[in-house]
Design a protein around this ligand. Structure first.
Ligand SMILES: Cc1cc2nc3c(=O)[nH]c(=O)nc-3n(C[C@H](O)[C@H](O)[C@H](O)COP(=O)(O)OP(=O)(O)OC[C@H]3O[C@@H](n4cnc5c(N)ncnc54)[C@H](O)[C@@H]3O)c2cc1C
Length: 381
């Protein structure tokens, strides 16, 4: 392992690797990535692969729109097929209040050049054969949203970054960060130390622990999020379906499996990744309510990963007081994968070329101190 680097990235998930990949492509290769497990160990290897532009804040719409454009090119760029399929996202509202919120977010998306439409339950049933529309008030549909297979995106970005000279150390756990005055001087691991003046905290659900090593308190909390996959079925489901009444979502993968999860308001913050019967029961009954033909399908597997949650459901990005060289890229909850291409590019331009961006102001850690938070209302799962 190198003993010094211009920049150290803690966390070999999609966020850290997207940054490493972009920096390397822009010519900065004196970069070391430190990952405690294998690539795909964290949330980036356990998620649903959903990519959507239907958000309620301008920043998320901007980031998602840019990321969709980038995902469309990514397979070619990295030489790994990420299986990005733009079959759309269909959100379902079951009461007037949610329907009104949908309408408001669609107007904002349209103003920002995202072509989401409000459609009737009857029109939704034409998109998804067998959809049970009783009790559904309104739907929003965007045909350019989609799903992908997360693993090749992670592996591909890592392999290009490596080829260009970035050193990615897996099975290397960060145990400490040495600070002198306002500066970071060294990152300590269980395999030796790396001297550096700049450190990026892209450790997902572990970010609060990493920050504490440098004397910084983050409000992030980890939450288990469970997910399941069924046996493969003949392709029949184009869009990702999401029921806003309980935060349930599922899509059909390119291999034919149905893959999805559901919000659980009673899930406490923890570092638990076991699988529960409660999830299985809630998820299955919710899926069958929407698509009764799934009642005979066999579940193959369930698993869990973490959402790295902040109090307003938005990430923490950029510098933190009083440490100049300690950069945060974390707190992505249930939508970090889909935003990672844009985040990596914007952060690389900011680090390397000092190109400022509104996200480093809107999503600064200091917003919590100054009461400048704006909740994202469209978080599901
Ligand atoms: C079940 C589930 C479904 C999801 N569905 C979607 C979806 O459909 N679409 C979407 O966009 N997002 C989804 N998400 C969220 C998404 O997966 C995350 O937001 C995203 O992967 C976060 O990436 P990351 O790089 O920040 O974190 P991670 O992928 O968790 O990477 C952080 C890495 O840091 C490493 N690390 C931690 N501590 C240390 C240490 N001390 N030393 C060295 N390394 C360390 C960890 O091992 C980990 O690999 C889902 C998440 C889950 C759990």
């Amino acid at each position: 392992m190198r003993d010094r680097a211009e920049l150290v990235i803690i966390g070999g998930g999609i966020v850290g690797l997207s940054l490493a990949y972009q920096l390397a492509r822009m010519g900065m290769t004196d970069v070391v990535v430190l990952e405690q497990g294998y690539l795909c160990f964290g949330a980036s290897g356990r998620n649903g692969g959903g990519v959507r532009q239907q958000w309620s804040t301008e920043e998320n719409i901007l980031l998602a729109k840019q990321s969709v454009r980038m995902f469309r090119q990514l397979s070619r760029e990295i030489g790994h097929n990420i299986w990005f399929r733009q079959g759309g996202y269909l959100f379902l509202a079951r009461n007037a209040e949610t329907a009104a919120a949908l309408e408001k977010t669609v107007k904002l998306q349209n103003r920002m050049g995202v072509g989401t439409r409000i459609i009737s339950p009857a029109a939704a049933a034409r998109l998804v054969a067998g959809l049970h529309t009783e009790g559904i008030e309104a739907c929003s549909y965007n045909s350019s949203d989609g799903v992908l297979f997360p693993w090749p995106a992670v592996w591909g970005m890592a392999s290009v970054a490596r080829q260009l000279g970035v050193q990615i150390n897996t099975h290397t756990r960060v145990t400490g960060i040495d600070v002198k005055g306002r500066e970071v001087v060294k990152v300590v691991t269980d395999r030796g130390a790396v001297a550096t003046r700049r450190v990026v905290n892209a450790a997902g659900a572990w970010s609060w622990q990493i920050a504490r090593m440098a004397g910084v308190e983050l409000p992030n909390k980890p939450y288990r999020h469970e997910i399941l996959v069924t046996e493969p079925l003949k392709p029949f489901l184009e869009p990702m379906l999401s029921d806003l009444s309980n935060g349930m979502y599922f899509s059909q993968t390119m291999r034919g499996e149905i893959l999805g999860g559901i919000s659980d308001p009673d899930e406490p913050s923890s570092m638990e990744t076991g699988s529960s019967f409660r999830f299985l029961a809630r998820m299955c009954s919710s899926m069958i309510r929407l698509l009764p033909r799934l009642s005979r399908v066999k579940i193959l597997r369930q698993w869990a990963g973490y959402y790295d949650e902040t109090p307003d459901g938005q990430p923490i990005l950029g510098r933190v007081e009083p440490l100049d060289g300690f950069i945060q890229l974390n707190g992505f909850g249930g939508h970090g994968f889909m935003l990672a291409p844009a985040i990596g590019k914007i952060a690389a331009e900011w680090i390397l070329r000092k190109v400022d961006h509104r996200i480093f102001h809107t999503y600064a850690l200091s917003r919590f101190k100054h009461g400048e938070t704006r909740k994202e209302n469209f978080v599901i799962g």
